[in-house]
Write a protein that binds this ligand. Structure first.
Ligand code: PBG
Length: 338
């Protein structure tokens, strides 16, 4: 077993086993446990996802995600300001447009909900990082992540639309764009378009190893992005694969990703761990809607102690190696840590 640090005074676990030990000595008090704790959580580790809708003064709770709301831009500003006061470094924006079309052209509308929210946040909540999800599924009338030809999602024309969307986010003031579509080559094309347009300082957080997961169910209600036919197996990863995740991460880094993401989190802790160990780059994990909904549902039934289950879950994701955790619990955990 590998030890967590490479400092020379750290013995191998084999050598430790040869020593007489009473591990309970180090568990006797809260202060002792804090002294030897290996994984620490700070509000700095978390990004808070928000769903932007058109209108004003609008705030609608998502049925399958208690405590999560769709919000108009003015409400987004209030919530983001509160998140900043809780100590969170940034928010991740998703948009629900007024209307959809087969090509998802609304994704790059400069007056779209996400673009308007970015400008409002940059003006009214200075210092807060604005990260944007880049995908077409919220903008296409069929709910797929790209342009379709029959049942096929066409890679290269989708990549062009994604790059246009990313550019519109950068132009509105986004700090980080986060492509979540899983098309091939999109990170490279987005980097190229951003650089050409003078946005070389805008970072890319790539959803590099995004699995085709049942745990996105509640999100599709929140973002109104369920596919009208078929599924996402032709582009999202097979849950059985980990070597492939490492290839996906290598490709995205080669194309210019600054941060790589594994998604979902708790069913892919091994993937997070491998990615962090093999690449050593800033690594994010997305604790997704279904993971959140499961905890909320069990807590509402009185079956688990929610604050403890939340902390244990988020600690496990950090312990696996994630530097950044994207979670709907971001404000709750930040307040719990205060
Ligand atoms: C967009 C996207 C999805 C999520 C983040 N970006 C849904 C999907 O791929 O179907 C899921 C987030 C969550 O479940 O919380 N493609």
């Amino acid at each position: 077993m590998a030890t967590k640090t490479s400092e020379p005074h750290v013995r191998t676990s084999r050598a430790i086993l040869d020593l007489p030990q009473r591990p309970r000595r180090l568990r006797r008090s809260a202060a002792m446990r804090a002294l030897v704790r290996e994984t620490r959580l700070s509000p700095d580790n978390f990004l808070y996802p928000l769903f932007v809708i058109p209108g004003e003064g609008e705030r609608r709770e998502v049925g399958s995600m208690p405590g999560v709301y769709q919000r108009s831009v003015d409400e987004i500003v209030k919530e983001a300001a509160a998140a900043k006061s809780d100590g969170l470094p940034g928010v991740l924006l998703f948009g629900l447009p007024e209307s959809k079309d087969p090509a998802g052209t609304g994704a790059s509308d400069p007056e779209g909900p996400v673009q308007m929210a970015i400008r409002a946040l940059k003006r009214e909540v200075p210092g807060l990082l604005v990260v944007t999800d880049v995908c077409l599924c919220e903008y296409t009338s069929h709910g797929h992540c790209g342009i379709v030809d029959g049942e096929e999602i066409v890679n290269d024309s989708t990549v062009e639309e994604l790059a246009r969307a990313a550019l519109s986010h950068a132009a509105a003031g986004a700090d980080i764009v986060a492509p979540s579509d899983m098309m091939d080559g999109r990170v490279g094309r987005i980097r190229e378009r951003l650089d050409e347009a003078g946005f070389s300082q805008v970072a890319i957080m790539a959803y590099a190893a995004k699995y085709c997961s049942a745990f996105y169910g509640p999100f599709r209600e929140a973002a109104d992005s369920a596919p009208a036919f078929g599924d996402r197996r032709s582009h999202q990863m097979d849950p059985a694969n980990v070597e492939e995740a490492l290839r996906e991460v290598a490709l995205d880094l080669d194309e210019g990703a600054d941060i790589v993401m594994v998604k979902p989190a708790i069913t892919y802790l091994d993937v997070i761990s491998r990615v962090k160990q093999e690449f050593g780059v800033p690594t994010a994990a997305y604790h997704v809607s279904g993971e959140y909904a499961m905890l909320k549902a069990a807590a509402r039934n009185g079956w688990i102690d929610e604050p403890r289950a939340m902390m244990e879950t988020l600690t496990s994701i950090r312990r696996a190696g994630a530097d950044i955790v994207i979670t709907y619990y971001a404000r709750e955990v930040a307040r719990a840590l205060a």
